[in-house]
Structures are given as C-alpha cells and as structure tokens.
Design a protein around this ligand. Structure first.
Ligand code: ATP
Length: 313
C-alpha cells in the first residue's frame, strides 16, 4: 500500500529550483537509500517528505492525505506519522542523552507526559532509551550530557531517537557522515533491522554508495534536483554510478531506462532546465530565499506570488 506519493512535486527556494517535478510512490515497509552527489537535492527531498518544506507545485500524499491541502493543525497531526533525523541533529548541549533520545516519543504525547519525560523520565522510559542507545553501542552514555559527545555519538543519539519513536516513517539524512566505516555499517544494520522488525518505512540518504547497493532493496538517485534512477541495486551498475557522480550524461539514456521514472523521464539528459541563463529571472548566484519551513504562524499561506518559480521543462 502506498504510504507516500509525490505527484509532480517541485521544490524551489527563491529563484532556485531545488527539485524538479518529481513523481514517485513509497510503500509501507519499504527501505530506500537516497543517493546522489553533493547538492543533488537529497536533503531538500527528505525535508519535503518530512512536510518541513512546502512544495512550490505538485502534491504530497501521506497516508492518502494531501498534506499541503490540509489545515495547519491537521498537517501537524499528520507529521506524527514521520520522524526526520537530520544530518546535524540540533540537540540541546546541556541535555542528558536519555532525554535527547526520549524526545523521539514527544510527537503525539500529551503535555503532561512530555513534561514528565523531559524532566523526570520513568524507569521504563529510561530503559527504552538505554536499549536504543545500547543497540547503537552507546549504552554507557545514557546520563552523559549531549555536549560531552563526539559528532558521531550525537549522530547515533539521533538514530536512537528513531528507535524509540512511534512514527511509522523514518527519514534519515546522512546518518553515517561522522562514523568510521565499520561503525557506520553496524549502525545502519541496527536501523534497518529495527525498521524491518517493526514494519517501519525507512528512507535514508547516504554518500556510501556501496552500502546503499549492498543493503537497500530500492535506490533512488538524484542529480541536479532531478530523478536519475529509481529501482533495485542490480540496475545501478558501476557505469551508472560513475555517471551519477561524474555527470557523465551518456549513461542516462542507456543504463537506467527500464527503471527510470518520474516526470523527467525522456527529458534531454545533461541539461538542467532550471539553469537557463536566458531566463530574465534566473540568477545562478543570487542569494535565494530560505526554504519555506512549515510551522511558522503563516505556514498555511500560499507561496508568495513575488517569488518567481522558474519552469522546468
Ligand atoms: N534554502 C536554500 N536556498 C537556496 N538554495 C538552497 C537552499 N537549500 C539548499 N539549496 C541548494 O539546493 C541544492 C540541493 O541542496 P541539498 O542540501 O538538498 O543537497 P544534498 O544532495 O543533500 O547535498 P549534500 O550531499 O551536500 O548534503 C544545493 O545546490 C543547495 O545549495
């Protein structure tokens, strides 16, 4: 069953096109690696899936609900269906690790439960936090302060947060960037196993292509904000990977044709339609506006008409 559906979803920041119209479906229980070179749009797409970044056009259906057609409060409730682990988790430095982990249970919790959890976790909650940390080889840091942790340890705290959360959809942005290769593989294995056991859906952006190819049954690759590949790892041969990262567009048509999908299929390869120097509104070096992050009081307002959206075609 489709958990998430993108219908020609497009993301812009000011005059900059971050994601060109993209259509895809993600079924409940799937495990997907999101790969692509730096700047390809992985984080932007994850933020869109997390309902943190409002699309400039197209629709995002989560549990068959049109997320951006809902009221602010209804969308806020819908967000309980997901949890995003950002690449650099904004953990309060003075917070105890146990509390930082239990923050994963805050969405949907009542105010009194949330306050108890934050100020005086129960023994059961502490055990849950400990188990999640122990699975990620951090069991001995339960009562450490966050600012006593290394970058890699903080990343694992963010993963532990996922493990204790109730959200059926886990969105993880480069969880391994601060981990050594062995620990990276073990941590990813823990996450994948937990997701499988509890039938969660996992979408994880990775720079480690080999891990993505070895461990994930579905890979979505982006390049320059465009869908480059969507399918099983077997279809992502070395030449296609080289093309993805080196920008060798000749592989676009041949290597990924059978499983390439999305609105951009068949589009002229190698040309970023948003990079149109002839466009009077385009300025590749302009300082575009910030991502429109929902949650601000005016989040339900439509995109400002003054922000021009370049047409990708
Ligand atoms: N708020 C913003 N305003 C303007 N441009 C942005 C904004 N956020 C991201 N971008 C640009 O959009 C592109 C995609 O960024 P994004 O962070 O999604 O890429 P990424 O694939 O996650 O990269 P990395 O692997 O380096 O983390 C980049 O060129 C980035 O500079």
């Amino acid at each position: 069953m489709s958990l998430l559906a993108l219908e020609s979803l497009r993301l812009d920041a000011g005059t900059r096109c971050l994601i060109q119209p993209l259509s895809l479906q993600i079924n409940a229980g799937e495990q997907i690696a999101l790969i692509g070179p730096s700047g390809a749009g992985k984080t932007s797409l994850l933020h869109a899936l997390a309902l943190a970044l409002r699309p400039s056009s197209g629709r995002l259906l989560l549990n068959q609900q049109d997320a951006w057609g809902l009221s602010h409060s209804a969308r806020h409730r819908l967000r309980r269906q997901l949890m995003l682990a950002p690449q650099h988790p904004p953990l309060p430095p003075r917070q105890r690790v146990a509390v930082a982990v239990l923050a994963g249970q805050l969405p949907g919790a009542s105010l009194s439960r949330s306050l108890r959890m934050l100020f005086s976790p129960s023994a059961e909650q502490a055990r849950q936090a400990h188990d999640a940390l122990a699975a990620l080889e951090l069991g001995d840091r339960l009562w450490s302060r966050v600012d006593q942790l290394s970058g890699g340890e903080r990343q694992r705290v963010a993963l532990a947060r996922l493990l204790v959360s109730q959200a059926p959809l886990w969105l993880v942005d480069e969880p391994l960037s601060a981990l050594d290769p062995q620990r990276a593989q073990r941590s990813l294995g823990v996450l994948q196993q937990a997701a499988q056991q509890s039938q969660r859906t996992l979408v994880c952006s990775l720079h480690q292509v080999e891990l993505a190819r070895t461990l994930f049954p579905r890979i979505i690759a982006l390049r320059e904000g465009r869908l480059f590949y969507d399918g099983p790892p077997e279809g992502l041969d070395d030449a296609t990977v080289a093309a993805l990262y080196a920008g060798d567009d000749t592989h676009l048509a041949s290597s990924s044709t059978p499983i390439k999908q999305g609105d951009d299929a068949g589009r002229e390869p190698g040309r970023d339609p948003c990079e149109d120097p002839s466009s009077p509104t385009h300025d590749a070096h302009a300082n575009p506006g910030p991502h429109e992050i929902d949650g601000a009081p005016d989040a339900d307002r439509p995109a400002a008409p003054s922000a021009p959206h370049l047409i990708c075609r």
